[in-house]
Design a protein around this ligand. Structure first.
Ligand code: MCN
Length: 792
């Protein structure tokens, strides 16, 4: 038998192309396209009184200038609210171009199309917009106070309000022998992918087709939204996603205003149009996340067991909510992690502010939830003088209690049920990996030398691989090469490699014979997209099912040709053969020839040459009467519910007694994403996630001033950690297979980032001896905290 590829640490096959400059990104396309640029609001909140474009009209090379007045029909209406929810009280979404008001700095007001980007930017500079400035609403406190409102017609800034309760939490807390309250704060942050957003559109009048390229996380979502807004049928729009230099959630929104305006202008002008976001636009006009204030009240017994937990969350959702309220819903439901909370009550208010919109950023609300829960665990341990790991262990859901229903409703409205996991085993692993039990001696010895070191631990669970569905298409060429397509898109996760590994095993062909296409609606028109760590679970399962379907057909045709029973056949290294008699067989490519009445074969050796294997046979059906011609299989995977990955991080830090610099000495991860398709890829995903977790804990934040101006909208001012600041990550895996999908997989793409703020806060707290309740924490903030603590 050929080696099984599932589970092997195969090097990513796409990387050579990508790291040798052969990738094709959005801005590499459309050399002859007109360029678009946008006049964007310089104010956080204003009424647009007048737009005077005359200054731009004599700029040489200008093609067109558009304002909201040029739009009609669905294009003149607000953008869709993509994920409605009953808790949304007033769901505001932006217009493609601002209509009367602007609600954040960077909101698109005018679109300019020109010969090239230089000309377009010159024209942008000559357009005069007369604004009547209004009061900005910046930050959660200001939004909650509601002295000023963001949106006309609203009496406050509450976009959504949700309460979920299991049992009577307040009564349980009141009756508990111990009680603690915590006020916690996570600041606004954002992902900064290497490549910003971008879109390039071609309108083909001959067949009335829109051909769209977008740097998006959801090709089919963009297709559906653009078709609806432009008054086109789905079949008139094709979306192709080229190589994407990172998404991390920000490219999930569909459509972005620019993603609508570019194809709209391409059709209006009968000419290709392209827009590639610049870095400043990305900082101000794309999406941010995190930003929450949490008030936790917890009641517990003398052994540290939770009796009641009451969490009140204020969430900053920025100026609009085109993507709904996924982030605070995820925080409020997945906050519980691996624990049984006793009675639980959670309430959140999602607030409008005059700042960039908030949509999921890798981890999507979970880093905030884990921060609340894990800070609470540490506070309980401190209160009772218990070991922090023991408090956690006292509250774990046990493996034999799986599947475990937390009694809450998940973001899709279905019950939140953990399918599998072994939290006590993870805890044992992480304690061993980091040397938890030996740390006290190490800390004491370090203190004796005047050094401050601390250790932290944080646990999380993560609902991954949500539905509703994803598709797979597998096709064997007559050369024996296998083409796989799935609709979700790739931003650097290594899907080409991992999906090829799955198909290689299912079909019995070498990986080198398999190519994988993602994010192309021409190959797979129905899809959902890449987010919520769903690629491996959803597309992995879909391509496996499609390959199984194809295999069945291949064996049927081969059985006919070999005059054997299909059940006696197997596929080994791309050859269908009789089990136990390998000499009796035919190549899979030949089966593909037989599956098509034209009997057309492609000669792989000479590439250009083709040959017919005998005359085309029009008289005989290629396969069984009810089969279709061609050796292809398509299938869709649609799970019952999400599968729950989990993990634990432990960190050792050292804080400088004078400068308050925080250095990470060790970063350990135990990770359970079910069966690993490719451990090398998973570890790469964890490393990347940890880098973003460290960034969110120690460096990155979006700093608005009180007027709503983003103060650090460039890499000169936004503090991103470099390789020198990201620690070496030590990883151990636990594999508790998911019973929900055919491969036993759970997602891995967000795991690394989720406990970052919680675990680093815990370690800094341990080093310093006072509570850390606000993240990120910089050296100067730590310095001031020390002074406050020293003063008592
Ligand atoms: N994998 C595996 N075995 C598992 C689980 C996953 O081998 N048991 C592999 C998968 O085959 C895939 C990778 O790990 O190659 C990530 O898989 P998965 O967890 O399914 O996540 P997705 O494919 O859905 O990717 C989305 C996820 C999210 S939500 C964000 S945000 C994120 C992330 O992936 N954005 C990324 N990782 C990123 N990595 C890069 N380089 N760029 C981004 O924008």
């Amino acid at each position: 038998m050929a080696t099984r590829m599932f589970g092997m640490p195969v090097q990513r096959t796409e990387d050579e192309r990508l790291i040798t400059g052969k990738g094709g990104y959005l801005d590499d396309l459309g050399a002859g396209a007109y360029a678009a640029a946008f006049v964007r609001s310089p104010h956080a909140h204003a009424r647009v009184r007048d737009i005077d474009v005359t200054g731009a009209l004599d700029v040489e090379g200008l093609v067109a200038v558009y304002t909201h007045e040029d739009l009609s029909g669905p294009m003149a209406e607000p953008l869709p609210l993509l994920i409605p929810h009953p808790a949304i009280l007033d769901g505001r979404t932006p217009y493609a171009l601002a209509k009367e008001y602007v609600h954040y700095v960077g909101e698109p007001v005018v679109m300019v199309v020109a010969r090239d980007r230089y000309v377009a930017e010159d024209a942008v500079g000559r357009i005069a917009v007369d604004y009547e400035t209004l009061d900005p609403v910046v930050g959660i406190e200001a939004a909650a106070r509601a002295e000023r409102v963001v949106h006309a017609g609203m009496s406050d800034n509450v976009a959504a309000h949700l309460v979920q309760e299991v049992g009577d939490a307040r009564a349980a807390i009141a009756a508990a022998p111990n009680r603690i309250e915590l006020d916690l704060d996570i600041e606004r942050s954002a992902c900064t992918p290497m490549e910003g957003r971008g879109v390039y559109a071609r309108w083909d009048g001959r067949d009335a087709m829109l051909r769209l390229y977008s740097s998006t996380q959801t090709a089919s979502g963009v297709r559906a939204a653009v078709a609806a807004k432009l008054g086109l049928q789905l079949g008139q729009v094709e979306v192709v996603v080229p190589d994407v230099g990172g998404g991390f959630g920000v490219k999930i929104v569909h459509p972005w205003p620019e993603e609508l305006m570019v194809p709209w202008a391409a059709r209006a002008l009968g000419h290709e149009v392209k827009w590639a976001e610049d870095r400043r636009e990305h900082f101000t006009a794309a999406a941010h996340e995190r930003a929450q204030r949490q008030h936790v009240t917890v009641g517990f017994d003398d052994e540290g067991r939770l009796l009641g937990l009451d969490v009140d969350i204020l969430h900053d959702n920025g100026a609009y909510l085109p993507y709904g309220i996924i982030v605070p819903i995820v925080t409020s439901t997945q906050l519980l992690g691996p624990y049984k909370p006793g009675a639980y009550r959670v309430e959140f208010r999602s607030l409008y502010t005059t700042t960039a919109i908030v949509t999921p950023y890798r981890g999507a609300g979970r880093p905030q939830g884990v921060f609340a829960m894990e800070r609470t665990m540490d506070a309980i341990a401190a209160h009772l003088g218990m070991d922090r790991a023991d408090v956690r262990a006292a509250n774990f859901i046990q493996p034999e209690e799986m599947p475990y229903d937390q009694g809450l409703l998940f973001q899709d409205g279905r019950p939140l049920i953990y399918d599998s996991g072994d939290y006590p085993a993870s805890l044992e692993k992480i304690k061993k990996l980091v040397g938890w039990d030996d740390f006290t001696a190490y800390r004491d010895a370090a203190r004796a030398e005047g050094r401050k070191v601390g250790i932290g631990l944080a646990c999380y669970v993560e609902g991954t691989g949500p539905g509703p569905y994803e598709g797979g298409h597998v096709q064997v060429e007559t050369s024996g090469k296998v083409r796989v397509a799935t609709g979700l898109t790739t931003q650097g996760q290594g899907h080409q490699t991992a999906l090829a590994q799955i198909v290689a095993d299912e079909l019995g062909v070498p990986m080198s014979d398999i190519s994988v296409t993602t994010g192309d609606t021409r190959r797979m028109p129905y899809s959902v997209g890449t987010f919520a760590s769903r690629g491996a679970v959803m597309s992995g399962s879909a391509v496996a099912l499609a390959a199984r379907r194809l295999k069945e057909k291949a064996l049927r045709i081969a059985a006919d040709a070999l005059e054997a029973d299909a059940e006696d056949l197997e596929i080994v290294d791309g050859r269908v053969q009789v089990r136990g008699t390998p000499s009796a067989g035919i190549e899979l490519g030949t089966v593909a020839v037989l599956s098509n009445p034209l009997r057309y074969a492609f000669d792989e050796a000479s590439k250009a040459a083709t040959q017919f294997t005998g005359a085309a046979d029009y008289t005989r059906p290629p396969v069984a009467a009810d089969d279709e011609p061609g050796l292809e299989g398509t299938d869709f995977y649609s799970p019952l519910r999400s599968t729950f990955a989990s993990g634990m991080h432990a960190v050792v830090v050292e804080t400088d007694p004078e400068t308050a610099e925080i250095r990470i000495l060790r970063y350990c991860v135990v990770h359970d994403c079910g069966k690993l398709v490719n451990p090398l890829i998973v570890e790469g995903q964890v490393h990347g996630g940890v880098a973003q977790g460290v960034a969110g804990a120690l460096y990155e934040r979006m700093e608005y001033d009180s007027g709503g101006q983003l103060l650090n909208a460039s890499f000169m001012d936004f503090l991103m950690p470099y390789a020198s600041e990201v620690p070496k990550v030590e990883i151990d895996h636990l594999e508790t297979p998911s019973p929900l999908n055919p491969l036993g997989i759970k997602g891995a793409g967000e795991a690394g980032v989720i406990p970052g703020a919680a675990v680093i806060a815990a370690a800094v707290e341990d080093a310093e001896g006072f509570a850390i309740t606000r993240m990120p924490v910089s050296p100067s903030e730590l310095f001031h905290l020390r002074r406050r603590f020293d003063k008592g």
